[in-house]
Design a protein around this ligand. Sequence first.
Ligand SMILES: [Zn+2]
Length: 462
Amino acid sequence: MSEILIKNGNIVTSNNVYKSDILIKDSKIELIDINIKTNSPNVKIIDAQSMYVLPGAIDPHVHMELPTPAGNSSDDFRTGSIAALAGGTTSIIDFVTPSKGQSFIEALNLRKKEAEKSLIDYGFHMSPTWWGKNSANEMKKCVIEEGITSFKTYLAYKKVVGISDEILINVMKTAKDLNALVTLHCENGDIVDFLKNKFISEGKTQTKYHVLSRPPEVESEAVNRATTFAKLVGCPIYIVHVSTKQSIDIIKKAQESGQKVYAETCPHYLLLDKNIFNKNDFSQTAPYVLSPALRTKEHRNKLWNALSNNIINTVASDHCPFNVIGQKDVGINDFTKIPNGAGGVEHRLSLLYTYGVSANLITINQFVDLIATNPAKIFGLSHRKGKIAKGMDADIVIWNPDKEEIISAKTHKQNCDSNIFENYKVKGMPEIVIANGKIALENDTVNVNDLKGNYLFRKVQK
Ligand SMILES: [Zn+2]
């Protein structure tokens, strides 16, 4: 039996910060009390004096080894999970994206194989990309036999994974009957296609036209449609990567009317500006080609405000990196060919802490809610993860509020030749990370030999 005793730390929960010791036995939290003593000869003692003790973070939106015409996203489950651990994330929820006509369960089994190399626990959202006579039954199997409690739908990317309104309604109705959640990528794909084709036909091929082809209305139209359908069908929804002030207004109104609408945003929408595209250099702008597009300060202020007011419930990374050289550069003469996405799993916590908690925009309790407690509750993991309590999985981050770093692609653990937060300074980082009761990060080194992630069977909310 292995034991870890964390002494003198400041434990952070949704509504409290308190000093206590924590005893971990094997993979679970055995005891939380002041001044715990143990006489086990094998105990490892961690002195967490002047540190925060946080629940291991859950990133509910990542795309490891996502297949695209420009190759897979550049982090696979192994390298991506190493980067996640370096930043304090101990569980991820990725996606299963069946091709049109493919059985959802068959696609899930193939995806599970790819994820076996993850060093941290992993679950999946299932994405119905098509609808057939067996689809409702397959969704039921996902929930009951596979512990998949959330279904991701795309209102953009019509020709690849996007679905019609008619299919969306089928998915919502089925999810409602199963007590499951529908998550949505809200952008109107048809109007994006129209704008993209228009720019290309006018010879406007540079990266900045990516942003101009995805203006804020493209998102808010789809958010409005999603909340309207959800209301009429009676289905709870979760809107991924919200980026605009208009979307916040729609979501707030739906929440106030009593609808179950959850919202997520990402560090890049909170921190980065679309004026990055004023540079005309491809290699300096291509890393920022992601969807929805980057916005302006006005939108960012509204997003921070929505975090502080609990309108936005989670901050996820939407981790989906591609190298500039050899991947993004397929679109050097045509922005529509650039694979969309950027890495973020490694710095989600340190960025949100530095620019949110330390800047007094959110409290440390809200920080824990946004990165761990709320994702666990919303996605059916709160019986095991997302808070520090007796009997929970021993996923714990010893957070050093004084530790500093300047983010750079030269030193990050993400497998990518660029970083959209290059030169960003962060203060507040993990000192030690424990995953499933094992020391996973210590002295800036991920203990790769000792770790193995497990598939997360999730439970529906009643
Ligand atoms: Zn995504």
